[in-house]
Design a protein around this ligand. Sequence first.
Ligand SMILES: [Zn+2]
Length: 348
Amino acid sequence: MKTRWFAMSVVCLTAGLTAAQTFTVGTATAIPGQKAFGAIEVPAGRDAAASIPVAVFRGVKPGPMLALVAGSHGTEYASIIALEKLIQSLDPAQISGTVIILPLVNIPSFEQKVPHVNPVDGKSMNRFYPGNPAESQTERVSWQITKQVVERCDYLIDYHGGDLDESLRPYAYWPKTGDAKHDATTRDMVLAFGLDHIIVWSDRPKDPNASRYLDNTANTRGKPAIAVEAGYSGTATPEDVQLLVKGTLSVMRYLGMLPGAATPVEHPVWVGKIDTVESTQAGIFYPLVERGTYVAQGMKIGYVTDYFGQIVYEAKTPAAGVVLYICGVPSMKKGDTVANIGEIMPNP
Ligand SMILES: [Zn+2]
């Protein structure tokens, strides 16, 4: 009897410890020192089911829970490839805490090479958070990510870049919420990430039930989150991929999840306002400046012709600033974005 009782208690103790230290997202379950790959399965509703790949890295030492999410726009390739590189290179034996990686949220966009939206329902997969389990696929996926990833993580980074039609220079967003402690953490995170242009975003929704964006969904739930962008026009250059990989590792060091010190950017360019230049005409677009160019107010940055080569619209900058991105393809519809100009502000 005594022996049996002892054996049972050992079994219970082991089961209890494992249950406490096991961490599961979707079908991926990892114990300390393990990485696990699986999927967040999103059941069919009014449209098709979805299966979102997820990797879980459970460190051997305790620490925070960090979520890394890319590919809500499935043709922003540099961001997706960067998370693939991290999945291959991160070692749970080196990590304190847990890393959840979603490298490609929008597989239909990736497979079909459709920019901006999920072709299943025509919705942007970074505009419908926190999501809705009764709506179309984009909202059901967003709901699962909110429940399984955002609500359980401590920190989050959302990865983007110039889409197929956007020639973009790298930059990050610092979401300023007005909560001094929270903002100090996100400021440190965005500096640690190291991208040298930082957009101060202070008008994002405050209501967690109307958060729209992924990073905003985390921030409105008290989880410090930033968004980063690198890559452009269908490319995944080693330079852009490396910026995102290096930035992630530096944030992990800032959070104490990897040994060593973070390498924050020292003198970033702060952008306080974005001016979107939209074409008033449809036709063929010709750019006159490149991504990253510094422009004066009123400068001509491109023009649109009709299909006979006659100029029908001249795009001019409403203010001085830096070209964060400019349309990278000739296709132009009335109302499409020609360029986003970032107005420079002093160190906030
Ligand atoms: Zn994007």
